[in-house]
Design a binder for this molecule. Structure first.
Ligand SMILES: Cc1cc2nc3c(=O)[nH]c(=O)nc-3n(C[C@H](O)[C@H](O)[C@H](O)COP(=O)(O)O)c2cc1C
Ligand SMILES: C=C(O[C@@H]1CC(C(=O)O)=C[C@@H](OP(=O)(O)O)[C@H]1O)C(=O)O
Length: 388
């Protein structure tokens, strides 16, 4: 399974083409739309999210709520384009329009893609970089991830996410899958503890008031993964590595941990490796899950537990110093409308990037054209590994 996204933040639309899905998978469009709505929300978002209404249309690949096995095209309209149709349109501008409409950006924001993108692609209006590097693109990724979640849902594999940390406010509680599953409140920080959620929201408010931004840590859990997804035989078939790459590809994500993660460095091996046991109902299982569901780049069958860190948002209402690319003089960076904290929204993006990698691993291991065939193959495989 492979996919591509396209679209600029203030352009007419975002789109994605997904190829490699089996035929006859039932699709619940409302459930998919809910995932997009979750990404749009989250405490700390800016005004743009009040303009957009992230719904999507299938342009191909689905008929009567079932996949056809052909490429699936998904489109999300940018409602904000109506305010930007001249600035972001594909038609040429008259000289007068060019004078009045093109808001040329020449003061790159530290931490965003502006300067390096401008240098690399040889563009002197940094809007040409900003538009594609904007995390607006993650709406298209969530739509693809939501499609992948439909496939995983049919195989009884569930994926959830939550916020673990905002700035210095940390929700230390161990995860409880039932609690996390109830987390659909799109306006919340999406932490488990109500007390910590309140503290995090206060911190976001104070940060915003101060013209600053703040990052955090998110956690994604995959329940009931099929054991043996990924492979130990080659570096580019290890599923933990693929998940790590996909997660760090999310705008502003800087690091990933599985299970105990970096804490494993200061913990003896006897307390890190998960003891193996056999259960008549579940087959092979582990007494603990410090390794976050992976051994040798393969799923063990224990929940996959991924934690990831998001840096603070680069655009600041009290901007940092930068250099104007025309005069080379020092200036304050450009202020663009911005979120103060996008960690709650980003937890949803992270969940969907993990879903994409897990679904891809399922389709690599069970390459079937028809969903019933795929389900039968998964059932037979699970029976075999349980009896192994
Ligand atoms: C959901 C989400 C929303 C974001 N919103 C903003 C924003 O409003 N302003 C901003 O400057 N960066 C925002 N970012 C982060 C930038 O897109 C990101 O920092 C930039 O593309 C540079 O990439 P890098 O940080 O991965 O190096 C957001 C990221 C995510 C995941
Ligand atoms: C549009 C989204 O996020 C945007 C990501 C983003 C950035 O620089 O990454 C900048 C902001 O865009 P704008 O300048 O239009 O307000 C965010 O709102 C979205 O998540 O749908």
């Amino acid at each position: 399974m492979r996919f591509l996204t396209s679209g600029e933040s203030h352009g007419p639309k975002l789109s994605a083409i997904v190829e490699g899905f089996p035929a006859n998978l039932e699709i619940d469009k409302e459930r998919m739309t809910n995932e997009l709505i979750k990404r749009q929300g989250g405490y700390g978002r800016g005004r743009r999210m009040q303009i957009e209404k992230d719904t999507f249309q299938f342009g191909s690949g689905i008929r009567h709520a079932k996949t056809l096995g052909s490429p699936i095209m998904i489109e999300i309209i940018n409602d904000d384009f109506k305010h930007w149709s001249k600035i972001m349109g594909s038609d040429p501008l008259t000289p007068e329009e060019a004078e009045s409409m093109r808001r040329v950006i020449t003061k790159p924001r530290p931490g965003h893609a502006d300067l390096v993108g401008g240098m690399k692609y040889n563009m002197r209006d940094l809007r040409n970089v900003l538009e594609r590097s904007s995390a607006r693109e993650t709406a298209a990724r969530v739509a693809v991830g939501a499609l992948c979640k439909e496939l995983l849902h049919a195989l009884d594999i569930r994926i959830v996410s939550r916020v673990k940390q905002i700035g210095s406010v940390r929700d230390e509680g161990r995860y409880n899958l039932a609690d996390i599953r109830e987390f659909s409140d799109q306006s919340s920080v999406r932490m488990v503890s109500e007390e910590k959620t309140g503290e995090a929201e206060e911190l976001i408010d104070a940060t915003k008031k101060n013209g600053d931004s703040i990052g955090g840590v998110v956690e994604v859990i995959v329940e009931n993964p099929i054991p043996g997804l990924g492979s130990h035989v080659h570096y580019d078939r290890k599923l933990d590595a693929k998940i790590a790459g996909s997660v760090v590809s999310i705008n502003a994500f800087k690091g990933v941990e599985f299970g105990a993660g970096f804490e494993a460095a200061s913990t003896p091996g006897s307390e890190v490796q998960d003891e193996i046991t056999y259960d008549d109902e579940k087959g092979y299982t582990r007494r603990t899950n410090n390794l976050g569901g992976f051994e040798g780049g393969m799923t063990t069958g224990m929940p996959i537990v991924v934690k990831a860190v998001m840096k603070p948002i680069p655009t600041l209402y009290k901007p940092l110093l930068s250099v104007d690319i025309n005069s080379k003089e020092e200036f304050k960076a450009t202020i663009e409308r911005s979120d103060a904290c996008a960690v709650p929204a980003a937890s949803v993006v992270c969940e969907h990037m993990v879903a994409i990698e897990v679904a891809r691993a399922v389709l690599d291991k069970f390459p079937h054209d028809d969903m019933d065939e795929l389900k039968a193959a998964v059932g037979a495989y699970k029976k075999r590994v349980k009896e192994y």
